[in-house]
Write a protein that binds this ligand. Sequence first.
Ligand SMILES: [Ca+2]
Length: 369
Amino acid sequence: MKNRIFLFLIVVMISCESDSVSPTGVYTVQGYVYYLGDLANSVTVSIDGQYNWSSTTSNDGYFSISGVSEGNHELRYRKENVLDQSASDSLGFTEKTISISVYDDVVLDHLRLPKVVYLYPAEDIGVTGARVLWSPTDDESFREYKLFRHITSGLDETTGTLVHVSTSLTDTTFFDEDLEPYQEYFYRIYVMNDFGKLGGSNLISFYTSNIQLLTNGGFENNSATNPIGWDMVPNTGNSIEIDSLFSYEGSNSLKFSHNSPSGCWEMWIYQYIDGSLLTEGSAYNISMRYTADFDENTFFNLIISNSSMNEWITIPLEFNDSQQWSELDFTFELPNEVGTGQTKIDLHFCVEGVRTWWLDDIEIVKVTP
Ligand SMILES: [Ca+2]
């Protein structure tokens, strides 16, 4: 009998021990989410990124997630398409991740979303730079802003170029001076804390200004008979000089005289530009006015060269002696490697016979991004 009582006690003890380790507790996590002091609807709330531990706040900012196992978890709440200022089509998002301990039902009665960061329209847009400005966040766990740039609207942290990081909450402007002329750029800014993102802004875009690559293409700035900014190589027996009595625009044009009756002594004019103003693979247009004292369909070469490229572009010219100015309008494409150093722009002629022609109003501009 004594043994039977002892066995009974053992069985009771074992069953008591079983009760204390299983089943593991599951609990409900519920709460309210606020944005800028108001209860926020349509906020996605999730625990440990698990689909079955997710919910969305109702119109009164309330959410409830049941069946959460006991222990420590990460709870993330996030609101998309947050409208700020006058943004219309591209809206930002705000989110926050916190650690929670679940050993009983949990009520989080005041979860606060950070103020969404808004990118204002860019300012001071120039040929190679622009100022990007944004509204500050208001989250005390702020660590840094990360500003990304891209040349299409498909811009996120993986596709974009990180152009600026700021660890000051009130530092809300950046001048991006690494841009190319006449190019569309897109920007988005992300806000980070030590656990991840606090939000991302709307998307903005703009075109940088175009630039006239050549200087003094109208030959109006001169020193005696030489145009400032141009170097001229007339070659044996020939001349290249300012004609101050004949022009398409302004007072002057540039007069070429080839004086050899047979063959051609090559003649050219050139200037140097900053190669960083050129965009690889982009289209450019050269335009100018020209006239002559002879009739001939011929051509000249536009040579664009630096340590990375040596492009010879053949451009037709239809000279006629009508004393009328003809218009050249010719589009060409740069190669996929253009370099960045001093770049020579050379207009190179080979015209046979005793001939005279005039150029005026030469321009080269970018025509596609
Ligand atoms: Ca002129």
